[in-house]
Design a protein around this ligand. Structure first.
Ligand code: FES
Length: 249
């Protein structure tokens, strides 16, 4: 099948970018979006042209490395699905795709479809970790957690940090991402020791890097992990709790 692609090309962070049109004549419905880009890059290399730069790793929806905007939608037309799992068969009659980087002021373009998402790393570095006394591996049942609580923590831990929530948000906020980290760690005993400090630091970092959330909810529509809007509520709750309990929490 024939697919027409309008692709964003940009040589460097400071270069002026523009869309380029390419045709892939032998696309198949089973192809994923990234396989379509692979096929296009084969064509470009055969013609002695520069291949299109884009990121991917697992191609299974696990790592969060992939992320492009397709026809104005982060990751593509299928809701809650990362770019690597978007297959052409699900696009219906769409045969013309405009593919560009994840768009956000906090994600400068590095080259073509690759953006710098290190602002997310800085939020995590501000406090999204736990300090644990490392020793021999404890028995699995040594730290007991009610099953429902463990399941809920795992649901929030499913965030793959792709940044689609930021690109979908009219404000460019990352509260869904930050809230998922805070909710996940607040729900497990290992995360309680630094709970207040973590909420303060992550809360400050996410607002400094990305700006405020207005609860539009666009982030939830594109999140590949299905993180719910309650993650944003968790962020506000954790910050409020930390503020009320003071600096020693
Ligand atoms: S390449 Fe890993 S989530 Fe898409």
């Amino acid at each position: 099948m024939r697919v027409e692609l309008e692709i964003w090309r940009q040589d460097s962070p400071t270069a002026r970018g523009a869309f380029e049109t390419h045709i892939v004549d032998d696309a198949t419905p089973e192809m994923s979006l990234l396989e379509l880009l692979d096929r296009l890059n084969d064509q470009l290399c055969e013609q002695g042209l520069e291949p299109i730069q884009f990121e991917s790793d697992c191609r299974e929806g696990v790592c969060g490395a992939c992320g492009v905007t397709v026809n104005d939608r982060p990751h593509g037309p299928v809701p809650n699905t990362p770019s690597c799992r978007q297959h052409l068969r699900a696009f219906g009659g769409i045969r013309r795709l405009r593919i560009e980087p994840l768009r956000s002021g906090a994600f400068p373009v590095v080259r073509d479809l690759v953006v710098d998402r290190s602002a997310l790393d800085r939020v995590i570095r501000a406090g999204g970790h736990v300090d644990v006394a490392a020793g021999t591996a404890p028995d699995a049942d040594e730290v007991r957690i009610p099953h429902d609580q463990a399941e809920l923590a795992l649901d929030f831990a499913a965030c793959i940090g792709c940044g689609a929530c930021v690109a979908a948000c009219p404000n460019g906020a990352a509260h869904l991402f930050a809230g998922a980290k805070l909710a996940h760690l607040a729900l497990i005993p290992q995360g309680t020791a630094e709970r207040g400090r973590r909420a303060r630091r992550i809360g400050e970092a996410v607002e400094a890097e990305f700006g405020p959330c207005s609860s539009y909810g666009e982030c939830v529509e594109v999140c590949p992990a299905g993180i719910p809007l309650t993650a944003v509520a968790a962020l506000h709750r954790e910050r409020l709790r930390a503020g009320l309990r003071g600096k020693n929490d």
